[in-house]
Design a protein around this ligand. Structure first.
Ligand code: WTA
Length: 647
């Protein structure tokens, strides 16, 4: 049985939701009249240009619609409405890896976003509904770019700066982007690196949709510029007006696309709405992080992931909070960097991933004591299950035993938090995401909707629509229905299945156990094994390949590839070739940690690779599964033997 930690009393007294009674009351209110509950919050939180006339439209399920007929612009929610009372408040505090800082007040943010919005409109002809790909480092201009798109109704699609040219190209083509916004590069581990050449390479083929490239100069390294196509932001931005009228957006107009990995095929362009998304980004900031007017909030994610979208940009700004953006890596110049920043910037809420916590614990256990971390009130984690050891270190050493840890479970598709403790209310247990947030119907069930008995693994589903849910997969509505509403039903009706498994413990706490599909989670990055296999399959010596996740102390999971070769090749060369290919076609985050050359793969008689067995072997565990359905079961023993010899 795991230990329970109660919220700090002084904190609870001032918290937005103060105890479990209050939590239960809000849940009951939402249960009693679901639409009235959301109606109340949407009216209270969103500054509408025009009110909606219906809360939820289920007519075309699972293409749910929220706040029908409402008009808004999320830049008004995130910037405009704050100018009255917060115009000189820091909206963004940016820190470069070299220690330089920029403070962007709400007023300055307003001007910067407007200028860029005008530039996009006037110079590039970007209109409502056009797609803009943003491929940028962690600099304030990345945020300006997202918000400038939102201001004029363009749909942004941010691609994580660690993705390769091929991966970037696939996303540009799928989105049909008219414009790419990028930077020359930035700094990592003290050295400049470049992004612009990656954009150039991506645009070499099949990207006819892209008319222009806008490049921000960050490190002023020399890069190639294509005449007529490429434009330097720094040179032209001042020509545009600091005032720009916000486009009136419908609640359901897409705000952005964000590509994420699925269990099969190419990445999916997850499409989010305007009103539902911003509502939940803001509500969760207020209640899960309990952010108050004078607080400073820091989420260490990259803006290229959903966590960066919702909790660096949209959530904090919608709240009128101060958000920190850091350019570099946590270990530069040493493992005390983040703690130093917390001390200097007086951070109140800190949000990071278990992989970073494990890394900083391992390489810098003595660093936190050198800094004053007493400003911290709430600590958050996201992206993967957190092991109790890392949790305890975070709780005791970083939080000084006085900060609640909010272990937030959610996904690119959910837009914002779904299951999480509330810091002033929920008694927490290491490793538990605890309970669904009020108004969210997250349940652990079987395929037919029966609740899973306590202590047994089941499927983590969300059985009622919620405002910030994915609206569709860009350009592929059938895949949307199949991917998320094809596996589980409740009362005969398809419900959203997350792809994750979870367990209720004896007290009804939810513990997430991980993915049930062929998606792996490396350092909190979601990768599709099918995608990696596709890339490895291009290596000329490879006949067959199967990729699984293997537990890793720091990364959570690591890429483990089983390979059957068709030609003789020495192992070291093969491994090198494969990792070069992965880096080229996806990016270094997907590199294989282990590669095992085997004479064959375990398959069913119909030719399906039995990955469960390969996962068990990769973990170094004993095989307990039934292997009688394998066409040639002797292959299992052979692979096990090779695995043991390699270890
Ligand atoms: C995993 C990140 C355990 C999960 C916001 C999910 C977690 C996937 C947690 C989504 C958590 C996220 N505990 N696992 N607190 N949070 N996950 O789309 O497997 O990058 O399905 O969104 O991360 O990853 P994504």
């Amino acid at each position: 049985m795991s230990k329970i930690f109660y919220p700090n009393r002084d904190f609870s007294k001032k918290a937005k939701i103060k105890n479990m009674c209050e939590y239960n009351e809000i849940c009951a209110e939402a249960d009693d009249n679901y639409e009235a509950y959301w109606d109340k919050i949407a009216k209270e939180k969103i500054d509408w240009f025009k009110p909606y006339n219906k809360v939820l439209d289920e007519g075309n399920a699972p293409f749910y619609k929220w706040f029908i007929g409402g008009k808004l612009n999320i830049t008004h929610q995130c910037i405009g409405r704050h100018l009255k009372n917060r115009k000189n408040k820091a909206a963004i505090i940016w820190e470069g890896e070299d220690g330089s800082r920029r403070i962007i007040t709400y007023l300055l943010l307003y001007y910067r976003v407007n200028r860029l919005a005008n530039l996009l409109k006037e110079k590039f002809g970007i209109k409502k509904g056009d797609r803009v790909v943003i491929y940028m480092p962690m600099i304030p201009e990345a945020t300006f770019a997202m918000l400038a798109c939102a201001k004029i109704g363009a749909i942004h699609s941010v691609v994580f700066g660690g993705f390769s040219a091929e991966a970037l190209r696939d996303r540009i083509i799928d989105a049909g982007a008219k414009l790419v916004i990028t930077a020359d590069g930035a700094y990592r581990r003290g050295n400049p690196y470049l992004l612009k050449p990656i954009v150039d390479k991506a645009l070499e083929e099949k990207c006819e949709c892209v008319e222009n490239v806008l490049m921000v100069q960050r490190n002023f390294e020399e890069v190639n510029l294509v005449q007529g196509r490429d434009h330097i932001y720094n040179d032209i931005i001042k020509n545009y007006s600091e005032f720009c009228k916000a486009e009136e957006m419908d609640s359901e107009d897409p705000l952005f696309l964000l590509y994420t990995s699925g269990s099969t095929g190419k990445p999916k362009g997850v499409q989010h709405s305007s009103a539902g998304y911003i509502l939940w980004a803001q509500w969760t900031m207020e209640n899960v992080f309990d952010v108050k007017e004078n607080d400073t909030f820091w989420c260490t994610a990259d803006v290229g992931w959903i966590t960066g979208h919702t909790y660096i940009v949209y959530g904090p700004l919608a709240m009128g909070a101060t958000t920190i953006m850091y350019e570099g890596v946590p270990l530069y110049p040493d493992a005390g960097r983040w703690w130093k920043m917390i001390e200097e910037l007086r951070v109140n809420q800190f949000y990071t991933a278990p992989t970073a916590i494990r890394l900083l614990h391992k390489v810098g256990a003595n660093e936190p004591v050198k800094y004053d971390l007493s400003s911290l009130k709430v600590l958050g984690t996201v992206g993967e299950p957190i092991n109790p050891d890392a949790w305890m270190w975070y709780y005791e050493t970083i939080g000084g035993g006085k900060c609640s840890i909010v272990d937030t479970w959610w996904q690119t598709e959910t837009g914002g938090h779904i299951i999480s403790p509330l810091p002033g209310a929920t008694p927490i247990k290491p490793g538990a995401a605890t309970f669904p947030l009020p108004g969210i119907k997250a349940e652990i069930i079987d395929k037919d909707g029966n609740p899973t008995p306590k202590g047994e693994k089941g499927l983590l589903c969300i059985t009622k629509p919620w405002p910030s849910m994915i609206r569709t997969i860009w350009g592929d509505p059938d895949r949307f229905v199949k991917s998320y509403f094809g596996d589980c039903k409740k009362n005969g009706k398809p419900v959203y299945f997350s792809g994750d498994a979870a367990i209720y413990d004896e007290d009804g706490y939810i513990f997430i156990t991980g993915r049930t599909d062929d998606v792996i989670n490396v350092s909190g990055h979601r990768l599709g094994t099918a995608e990696i296999e596709g890339v490895i399959g291009h290596e000329e010596h490879v006949a067959e390949v199967a990729v699984v996740g293997r537990p890793d102390d720091i990364k959570g999971e690591d890429v483990f590839a089983y390979i059957v070769t068709k030609k003789d090749i020495d192992e070291a060369t093969l491994i090198k070739n494969i990792n070069i290919l992965i880096t080229k076609e996806i990016g270094p985050i997907a590199k294989a940690g282990s590669i095992l050359i085997v004479p064959g793969l375990p398959k069913t008689r119909s030719g399906k690779i039995m990955r469960r067995i390969l996962r068990t072997i990769a973990k170094g565990e004993k095989i307990t599964q039934d292997i009688s359905t394998i066409e040639d079961s002797s292959i299992v023993g052979t692979i096990e033997k090779i695995f043991k010899e390699q270890k």
